[in-house]
Design a protein around this ligand. Structure first.
Ligand SMILES: C[S@@+](CC[C@H](N)C(=O)[O-])C[C@H]1O[C@@H](n2cnc3c(N)ncnc32)[C@H](O)[C@@H]1O
Length: 192
């Protein structure tokens, strides 16, 4: 079975061209984009959150799955990458792009206020997990990727990944599925 998603968001090619030209090293996987789009579509009217906008690749996939009543907040601390995302997506009324450090942003948010979180940076993935998990509604979906070992990983990265997966498996307030696919993905759903 061919498993590349078809009909990518129309804006994706232009974002990808700028992403490559800028030398952004951590773009989201194309297949993962298709999964994020489907998950976003499962939350009509939902509040979605992305930690680590980068240049806006996954942001575009999420928006492509969202209905008109849904809203996505995406946070990026690096102005250079955020500027590329803003160039292509700033017209989107369903999107708020925040130039902020996600660690400090978590604390100011209401508990159980998000339906889906794509945690694509350290905050809420390898550090500050509880602060981000607290923001998910019951039934809310939590997605992480880049769990497959990479030559560029620092020495302690495998241990950090193993600890996150173990912690997710052990949760009594969530259920997790691991997918050895598209850079390796874990999806957890918060129990009601
Ligand atoms: C894996 S990349 C994101 C890729 C992007 N989601 C995509 O679809 O291509 C991680 C991003 O998180 C950003 N980041 C790292 N630490 C952060 C923090 N504390 N707050 C907000 N963004 C952060 C980095 O600048 C980087 O752009």
């Amino acid at each position: 079975m061919e498993d590349d998603p078809v009909h990518p968001p129309s804006v994706l090619a232009a974002i990808w061209a700028d992403t490559e030209a800028a030398g952004f090293s951590f773009p989201s996987d194309y297949k993962l984009g298709g999964l994020l789009r489907v998950l976003a579509a499962s939350k009509p009217g939902g509040k979605l959150l992305e930690i680590g906008t980068g240049t806006g690749l996954a942001t575009a996939w999420l928006l492509d799955g969202m209905n008109t009543a849904a809203h996505l907040t995406s946070i990026e601390a690096n102005g250079r990458w955020a500027a590329i995302a803003a160039k292509h997506l700033r017209h989107e009324s369903r999107l708020t792009l925040l130039d902020a450090d996600a660690f400090s942003w978590f604390g100011g948010q209401a508990a159980a206020s998000y339906d889906l979180v794509f945690a694509d940076a350290m905050p809420g993935k390898f550090d500050g997990f509880d602060a981000l998990w607290r923001l998910l509604k019951p039934g809310g979906i939590y997605v992480i990727d880049d769990l497959m070992p990479q030559p560029s990983w620092p020495a302690d990265q495998q241990q950090r990944v193993d600890e996150v997966l173990k912690m997710l498996d052990a949760r009594t307030d969530g259920r997790v599925a691991r997918m050895a696919w598209a850079g390796d993905v874990a999806i957890a759903v918060k129990l009601g």
